[in-house]
Design a protein around this ligand. Structure first.
Ligand code: NAP
Length: 310
């Protein structure tokens, strides 16, 4: 007889290849998960398993340690398994876009995928990060992104793309894109240009800009910025430096760190020091997760149960 074994482990590509054997004793069956590298930190299993239990769905959600060079094979195995879908996290969101069968508007616009649902062995990609970000900013800072001047650090990554597109679609007041590999920020700015043709902001600052990741360039922008977003993984390790030094922050800034870590990230400590309001990635995690659940099960997510699990 099968034991009712709650799953908290990490699976790998080798497990997906021999799925029946790897999960022989697991009950309820794993039919959802998150692919990432690293993935041990992910709190998605916590919120999604709470949602599954609360919804009376006989399935569980697991972590999969899938490296960048393993994504293609992992997605290929997934097609033949009885999965409802998966989430993708760092570093897979952009690479996955080229490896799915269909994408909805949210994924096509962002050019990045964080949620896949399986239908008839086809992988259909969506992106709930952008809308999750919007809901998070509204609930944590009581403001709408459309009224803000926003700078995104790490705009070239999967999360940065999704957040940038959402800011553009909302027609935020200003958008400044910063990325370690500057060309990616430039390329994204080129694709977003059409959203920023109207003169909404008074003053000389351009509505859309990609700037170099240099202190002088950042300093020049930050007087005309309300919301600072960290979409890099800096902060996932306790030893990581802040992506932006405290001396550049001012009390009028709202600081959103998409990273969620057990202790305060150095960016949020810097925000504290500067007297600015700082929020970590937990609220975005909750909202993007609730939207993913809705995509998988075509019903509203039990968000209170998910929130409680965090
Ligand atoms: P990704 O696609 O791998 O992108 C990483 C981005 O960060 C790229 O722009 C990269 O720049 C930049 N970067 C990486 N290391 C850096 C460093 N040492 N210094 C400066 N920039 C660096 O990753 P992702 O999936 O977007 O995830 C990014 C972070 O957001 C992760 O920490 C993830 O956990 C978090 N996240 C949180 C939520 C939430 O719900 N709270 C949702 C999604 C993601 P290059 O282009 O130069 O490589």
């Amino acid at each position: 007889m099968k034991e009712n074994r709650p799953n908290t482990e990490r699976y790998t590509l080798a497990d997906l290849e021999n799925w029946a054997k790897a999960t022989d004793q697991v009950d309820p069956p794993i039919r959802l998960g998150v692919f990432g590298d690293p993935v041990a930190h992910s709190l998605s299993p916590q919120i999604q398993n709470a949602a599954l239990r609360s919804g009376g769905i006989d399935a569980q959600y697991a972590r999969f340690h899938i490296r960048a060079n393993e994504l293609r094979s992992a997605l290929r195995f997934l097609r033949d398994l009885n999965f409802v879908g998966v989430n993708l996290t760092v570093p897979h969101k952009i690479a996955a876009f080229a490896q799915i069968d269909q994408s909805d508007e949210s994924a096509s616009q962002a050019g990045a995928v964080n949620t896949i649902r399986l239908r008839d062995k086809k992988l259909i990609g969506s992106n709930t990060d952008g809308e999750g970000f919007l809901r998070c900013i509204r609930s944590e800072f009581s403001v709408d992104v459309r009224d803000l001047r926003v700078i995104i650090l790490g705009a070239g990554g999967g999360t940065g793309h999704a957040i940038a597109w959402q800011c553009a679609v909302e027609n935020c007041e200003r958008l400044v894109l910063v990325n370690r590999t500057h060309e990616k920020a430039e390329a994204l700015a080129g694709r977003l240009r059409r959203f920023f043709t109207g003169p909404r902001v008074l003053g000389p600052a351009a509505r859309l800009q990609a700037i170099a990741w240099e202190e002088a360039a950042l300093r020049a922008q930050l007087a005309d910025i309300d919301l600072i977003v960290n979409a890099t993984p800096l902060g996932m390790n306790t030893s990581d430096p802040s992506p932006i030094p405290a001396r550049l922050l001012a009390p009028h800034h709202m600081v959103f760190d998409a990273v969620y870590a057990t202790s305060k990230t150095s960016l949020l400590r810097a925000a504290n020091e500067a007297g600015s309001r700082g929020v970590n990635g937990l609220s975005m995690l909750l909202h993007q997760g609730a939207l993913a659940f809705q995509i998988w099960f075509d019903r509203e997510a039990p968000i209170d149960a998910m929130r409680q699990a965090l």
